[in-house]
Design a protein around this ligand. Structure first.
Ligand SMILES: [Zn+2]
Ligand SMILES: [Zn+2]
Length: 301
């Protein structure tokens, strides 16, 4: 088991780097804005202000999620790596590591997206998990900054399920201490692709849309037009998983006409952080259904 001292050292390291991390997040925010804002201007899907409603809370989510989920993730990663080191034979790592780097990177992306697909789908199907995930779905205007709008515990949950297949298949040689490089690579790719697929752009990519997630694909994931088009398109990178598991929705020409959720959701950053946890103490008699997103919640007296 990872020692307490190791975990404390990792936390101290993260704590000491918080200022530096906050500064680098400002730089990443500027890079994302400068690369996506011109696209949103040139290929506007829907006319809306850049500084739209909820822009400021979304900035809070961007910084909060860039800084704090890492404290829980280092502990979970240590435990997962320790578990697979104990289970998998050393020869397995040696064989996988002897395969070409390009193959391993492709396998890491494919495997992690499979983990993401199911973890994400469970958030839509389980009423308790949905209360965390509806933070991401409540905006009625979708653009690039919605990508990082999520409860910090959802970030921990989704990243854990994205990393597990990568460790389980031995694609990362944990004994060589390279796991951080690969997990960081995954986070950067997923974050930047996530920002792109949320962008308010009307850009189509022909046959490529069957291979890789695009803004059209993910905007349908945020659709709230009617019950038949919700709970579709769960993959972050590869629509093949939605095709395989029956959740793909890619109409040829049209985009959604309506985003958001129809159930109650509190305003304000702190209330939204607390909202899912209230469930534990104040459970509704008839929970709002993530499947319909229409039913009102009735709380017990
Ligand atoms: Zn979702
Ligand atoms: Zn989204």
């Amino acid at each position: 088991m990872p020692s307490e001292q190791l975990i404390i050292n990792q936390w101290l390291h993260l704590l000491a780097g918080l200022n530096h991390k906050a500064l680098s997040l400002c730089a990443w925010l500027l890079i994302a804005f400068c690369s996506i804002a011109p696209l949103e201007k040139l290929f506007t899907l829907r006319r809306q202000r850049i500084f739209r409603k909820d822009f400021i809370p979304d900035l809070w989510y961007f910084f909060f999620n860039g800084l704090f989920p890492a404290f829980l993730l280092v502990v979970i990663n240590d435990l997962v790596i320790f578990g697979f080191q104990a289970i998998l034979p050393a020869q397995w790592f040696t064989w996988v590591q002897s395969t070409p780097l390009g193959f391993r990177i492709a396998a890491i992306l494919l495997a992690s997206d499979l983990g993401f697909y199911w973890a994400h789908r469970w958030m839509h199907e389980n009423p308790f998990l949905w209360r965390f995930h509806c933070i991401h779905h409540c905006p009625t205007q979708v653009d690039w900054l919605v990508a990082t709008r999520a409860h910090p515990l959802e970030i921990v949950y989704l990243r854990t399920f994205s990393f597990i297949p990568m460790f389980a298949l031995g694609l990362v040689d944990v004994s060589a201490g390279k796991s951080e490089t690969y997990t960081l690579l995954l986070v950067v790719i997923n974050t930047f692709w996530g920002i792109f697929i949320h962008a308010n752009v009307n850009l189509r990519f022909g046959w490529l849309e069957g291979v890789i997630a695009t803004p059209h694909f993910h905007h349908w994931h945020h659709a709230n037009d009617n019950p038949t088009v919700i709970n579709k398109n769960y993959a972050a990178l590869f629509p093949i998983y939605d095709r395989l598991f029956g959740t793909l929705y890619q109409p040829k020409k049209i985009y959604p006409t309506k985003y958001g959720i129809s159930t109650y959701f509190p305003d304000g950053f702190l209330s939204q952080l607390i909202y899912p946890l209230v469930w534990l103490f104040h459970r509704p008699k008839s929970p709002s259904s993530p499947a319909s997103r229409q039913e009102p919640e009735q709380f017990e007296e």
